[in-house]
Design a binder for this molecule. Structure first.
Ligand SMILES: *[C@@H]1O[C@H](CO)[C@@H](O)[C@H](O)[C@H]1NC(C)=O
Ligand SMILES: *[C@@H]1O[C@H](CO)[C@@H](O)[C@H](O)[C@H]1NC(C)=O
Ligand SMILES: *[C@@H]1O[C@H](CO)[C@@H](O)[C@H](O)[C@H]1NC(C)=O
Ligand SMILES: *[C@@H]1O[C@H](CO)[C@@H](O)[C@H](O)[C@H]1NC(C)=O
Ligand SMILES: *[C@@H]1O[C@H](CO)[C@@H](O)[C@H](O)[C@H]1NC(C)=O
Length: 293
């Protein structure tokens, strides 16, 4: 079964003044527009999802295959998505963002005592320069009582040659010397729009989110970034910029939107480093669709 998800970021005006998030499987788009404050936005429309490929998700599953995998099958896709998060955590910046473009081939095997290992040939895209490269990657999902994050190896040499140092330095200096500390909300907003000035903050939020998504991923998850609800620059004494942010992640398997609060730093030489991550409890009324008047 193919699961196409529609994310509706609806502004619940008069209720809380903050955006509510509702997700649902694809339905007749006509009834999504019934509410004047709800704007349907297909996941594929927003920038970071442009490279998404349709994933064959299955409602009844959980018998994990071993051996050669179908490239579009959920198993290969989930493992490959972890590689995207890994690349972002290691090499991501406001001017360097990685996305999974395509799985070319995949193989899974049980590794005695330690877990399951995926060997993948994937096509990875650097979204800002629109450069695509075939990469080999290996993802090990550890087995055990408590969930541990997957171990990843990937070689994407061409993509790592993309040199965005000059742009990063310029942005860093701009942010460092601003009169006022930066902040932004709702990236993207309910119309899928981001002000050009806020794009670097959105990109930083995506990279920081990849730390959570990498750490939380298992063979049974598929995480996507949904929104930076808000991001605030904090004052710092040293050669780092520091940000506090609240992010919304879309877990495609459970179809849940999960909220996390992150504290992270960024500088061009050190990249993004997450200092704290905390999952926030669900905010009940945010999950409900808006009432139709
Ligand atoms: C990215 O590059 C591909 C081919 O290399 C091209 O078809 C596509 O239109 C480009 N996308 C953007 C957004 O420029
Ligand atoms: C990537 O690999 C696929 C499948 O092996 C191949 O068809 C494609 O031409 C390769 N692309 C590049 C840029 O090497
Ligand atoms: C990653 O997740 C594990 C639990 O799965 C948790 O114990 C660990 O603290 C997390 N790492 C960070 C940096 O929060
Ligand atoms: C990247 O570009 C900067 C100048 O913009 C240069 O100083 C630096 O050596 C380059 N780095 C690499 C790895 O090529
Ligand atoms: C950030 O957004 C979340 C979710 O909408 C909200 O609960 C929180 O109060 C916001 N924080 C700030 C500082 O605006």
């Amino acid at each position: 079964m193919s699961l196409r998800i529609i994310v509706v970021l609806a502004v619940l005006t008069g209720v809380t003044g903050s955006p509510g998030v509702m997700i649902r499987p694809e339905a007749d788009p006509a009834d999504m527009t019934a509410h004047p404050n709800s704007v349907p936005e297909t996941v594929e429309d927003s920038e970071i999802y442009r490279q998404e490929v349709p994933v064959e998700e299955e409602a009844e599953e959980d018998v994990m295959a071993t051996g050669e995998l179908k490239p579009n099958h959920y198993q290969a896709q989930r493992a490959a998505k972890v590689v995207q998060h890994y690349l972002n955590t290691h090499y991501g910046s406001p001017f360097r963002l990685f996305g999974l473009h395509k799985v070319n081939s995949g193989n899974a095997e049980d590794v005695a005592d330690s877990g399951r290992k995926y060997q993948l040939e994937i096509s990875v895209q650097e979204i800002i320069s629109n450069t695509t490269e075939n990469c080999s990657a290996e993802v090990l999902f550890p087995r055990g009582e408590q969930q541990r994050s997957p171990k990843v190896q990937a070689s994407c040499e061409e993509l790592l040659k993309i040199n965005s140092t000059a742009q990063e330095e310029a942005l860093f200096q701009k942010y460092k010397t601003n009169q006022r500390l930066l902040s932004a909300q709702n990236l993207p907003d309910s119309y899928g729009h981001i002000e050009p000035d806020s794009e670097p903050l959105w990109h930083l939020g995506i990279v920081a989110s990849s730390f959570v998504m990498l750490n939380e991923s298992s063979e049974n998850t598929l995480y996507n970034m949904a929104q930076v609800a808000n991001i605030t620059q904090l004052a710092t004494e040293n050669e780092l910029l520091k940000f506090d942010c609240h992010i919304l992640l879309h877990e495609m398997v459970s179809q849940e939107i999960v909220h996390w609060k992150l504290l992270f730093t960024w500088s061009p030489p050190e990249g993004v480093k997450v200092l704290q991550m905390e999952q926030l409890p669900h905010c009940q009324h945010h999950e409900k669709p808006p009432n139709t008047n």
